[in-house]
Design a protein around this ligand. Structure first.
Ligand code: GLV
Ligand code: MN
Ligand code: MN
Length: 412
């Protein structure tokens, strides 16, 4: 089957999408339910409608655009990714899977293909943890990993309840309705930039993902005693930031200590109260991210961090409380979807290699309810979550075309 994707259109649409942002180009900031996010979503809905797809949104804000297949009883083939973007990031993370997925559907609709199974494009809500502290909010709820009750307890960084925020954004239905019926999808496949350097370094145009690493995130509150930076002598201090600094170093020591390259630990959020040079920190909030391809090894790092919290609390006379925001299992991709991707690469004469995804994706959760795999395209220098993120037009086109061929095979 001949499949023609329009790479200029993909590039132009990614460019338009990048301008729905709360920071100046090239940086992109699109926090879930923000005005920029809402405007981007309205624009995307128009694109999906213009492509002849049936659009619906669920109560949390996942967006579905469906090409109805001839067999209404068969589970749909899903594809898609996310359009929210962390502060000061780039234009390709997630968006490539949504715009590339849409172009894959448009290309198939332009061809003589008619699907037996429905093909559905998804834009998942809040893949990034920026606002509510937990990543993959939409896909977690779709697959039942996060219940309506637990989601109902979430608050954003300004302590606004998710319930109020989503309703203000126009998503007013009951959260219990978000979970998908069993067998809703027969398979799922997500196109994404690699977010790592391997494809570029090895000059291989496509990566077929066979597993996704296990992510975990912790929020740690450290309470000590504030005071005057000149008047309180060093032996008398209970400085919350110094405790936090030791815990941050324990994250690094723990990740390095496994001896495995696949273990990574990051302490990316530090809030110091009251946050003044001449005032001893009385309170600190840390948020940590620990990941590994091996869940037992990841959990051993979490245990080391818990131990470090206890030691630091005792030695520095601090109160330290740790909350697990998430500690997810890794995903193994569905062999049939991996094979469909590999067949599509071969049919297009494109070289590919198998890969592990060290970043997490909505596919981590979609794999809980349907055979799932991912297709990676190279990104310049392996850079992601930065304004200089870049994917070349020919790689975008390869990704969309192989995705289209894969969707066609899965939906036949
Ligand atoms: C997703 O953005 C991740 O942090 O892996
Ligand atoms: Mn991301
Ligand atoms: Mn992403």
């Amino acid at each position: 089957m001949r499949i023609d994707v329009d790479s200029e259109r993909i590039v132009a649409e990614l460019d338009t999408l990048a301008h729905f942002s709360d920071t100046e180009p090239p940086a992109v900031t699109r926090i879930v339910y923000s005005e920029a996010d809402q405007r981007a979503r309205a624009w995307l809905k128009e694109l999906c409608l213009a492509a002849g797809l049936a659009v619906r949104e669920d109560a949390i804000g996942n967006l579905f655009a469906r090409w109805q297949g001839s067999d209404a009883s068969a589970g749909a083939v899903g594809t898609g990714s996310h359009i929210d973007a962390i502060p000061h990031s780039g234009r390709y993370d997630g968006t490539v899977g949504v715009i590339g997925g849409l172009e894959a559907l448009r290309a198939l609709r332009r061809s003589d293909f008619t699907p037996r199974k429905s093909i559905e494009l998804l834009a998942f809500i809040s893949e990034e943890p920026t606002r509510f502290g937990i990543g993959c909010l939409g896909s977690r709820m779709l697959c039942g990993n996060l219940t309506a009750e637990s989601a109902g307890l979430l608050t954003d960084r300004e302590s606004r309840p998710l319930e109020a925020v989503r309703k203000a954004a126009g998503f007013t239905g009951g959260l219990a309705s978000v979970i998908l019926p069993a067998q809703y999808y027969s398979s799922f496949v997500e196109l994404h930039i690699e977010q790592g350097p391997i494809l570029e370094q090895e000059r291989i145009p496509l990566g077929v993902v066979t597993s996704i690493a296990a992510p975990a995130a912790l929020r740690i509150l450290i309470e000590g005693e504030g005071g005057h930076a000149g008047a309180v002598l060093m032996p008398k201090r209970r400085d919350a930031f110094l405790g936090a600094a030791e815990i941050a170093l324990a994250v690094e020591t723990g990740a390095l200590g496994t001896g495995a390259v696949d273990t990574v630990g990051t302490c990316g959020l530090v809030e110091v109260f009251p946050g003044l040079a001449n005032s001893i920190p009385s309170r600190v909030r840390l948020e940590l991210d620990v990941r590994d391809t091996d869940v037992a090894r990841r959990d051993s790092v979490l245990q080391n961090i818990a131990q470090a919290c206890q030691d630091v609390a005792a030695r520095r006379k601090l109160q330290i409380t740790s909350t697990t925001l998430n500690a997810d299992a890794p995903a193994t991709c569905g062999p049939a979807v991996v094979a469909a991707l590999e067949d599509a690469c071969r049919a297009d004469g494109i070289t590919y290699r198998g890969m592990v995804s060290r970043a997490y994706h909505d596919s981590l959760f979609m794999s809980r309810i349907a055979p799932t795999a991912m297709l990676f395209i190279p990104c310049k220098g392996g850079v992601s979550h930065r304004p200089d993120e870049y994917a070349a037009p020919e790689d975008l086109a390869n990704g969309a075309r192989v995705l289209a061929r894969t969707l066609a095979a899965l939906a036949s």
